[in-house]
Design a protein around this ligand. Sequence first.
Ligand SMILES: *[C@@H]1O[C@H](CO)[C@@H](O)[C@H](O)[C@H]1NC(C)=O
Length: 286
Amino acid sequence: MAVFYSWRHVGLCTLLWAVVSAVCVWGRPAAFGQDFRVTWSNSHLKQIGTTIQLTLDRDSGCGFASYKKYLFGRISMKIKLVAGDSAGTVTAFYMNSDTDSVRDELDFEFLGNRTGQPYTVQTNIYIHGQGNREQRVNLWFDPSADFHTYTILWTHRQIVFKVDNVPIRVYKNNEARGIPYPKMQAMGVFSTLWEADNWATRGGLEKIDWSKAPFYAYYKDFDIEGCPVPGPANCPSNPRNWWEGPAYQSLNAMEARMYRWVRVNHMIYDYCQDRPRFPVTPPECH
Ligand SMILES: *[C@@H]1O[C@H](CO)[C@@H](O)[C@H](O)[C@H]1NC(C)=O
C-alpha cells in the first residue's frame, strides 16, 4: 500500500508518562500506513492526496483496520459516502474487539439508497458477544455530497455515537443495575465498503445496480485518541484521561437538545420499541 498521510493522536505521552504522570495528549503527522493496514482487497484501496478511496465493484469490496486496539477514548474520521445510486451498498466504520464469541463491537453502518432517497445510519452495540441492539436514523443531509465527521466516544460512563457532533445514540453504563457494558476488551478501528443488497436497502427489496459500479467512499482526517493496548497499563483506568472528564460523562444541555431532535425527527427504528421482536423489553431500554 502507498503511504497514506494523516494525523495520529495518542492519548498519552508514553515516554513521558513516568515523568509527568499527567494526561498529555498530543498529535503528530503520521503515515496512514503506520496506523492502519488493508484487511481486504489491496487493489480496491487507493490514496488520493490525503484521502483514502474505497472501491466496491463486481469483483470485491474492501476494508482497512488499525494495527492497534484501544481501550476507551474517542475515534473519529471524516467520510464521504457512495454518491448517486448507492442502494444495496454498506459503508461501515466500527470498533471491534475481534474476540469471536465474546466480541465487543460499536458499529456505524451507512446503508445506501436509491438516488434521492435518504441514507440510513444503523448503529449497533455488541457486548460480550450479544448484539441485536440496532437503531436507525435517516440523515438530515446528503452524506455523499461532502465529508462529515463520524465519532465514537467511549468512556467509563457512556458510549456516544455522533454525526458532526450531533449525538445520534447514547448507551450509558448501567452496570449498577446489572446491565452489561463493554470495558474489559480493547477494540480495533475498522472500515469496510461492501455489498449487502440482501438486507441493506428497504430490507433487501432494493438491489445493487451494478451498471452504476464502481462505487466509491472516501475517508480522511483519522483521529484516534485513546489508550493503546498494548500500552501503558495504567492508561485505561486513569480518571485524568480527558475523555473521562466531566464534560464527557453525560450529554450537556445543548447535546441533549440535539439528541432529542434526532430521536423525534430522524429516528426510524429503535430495537427498544420493537415489541414483536422483543416481547420482553431489553433491560437497558428502561
Ligand atoms: C431508503 O428510502 C426509503 C424511501 O424513502 C426509506 O423508507 C428508507 O428508510 C431509506 N433507507 C434504506 C436503507 O432503505
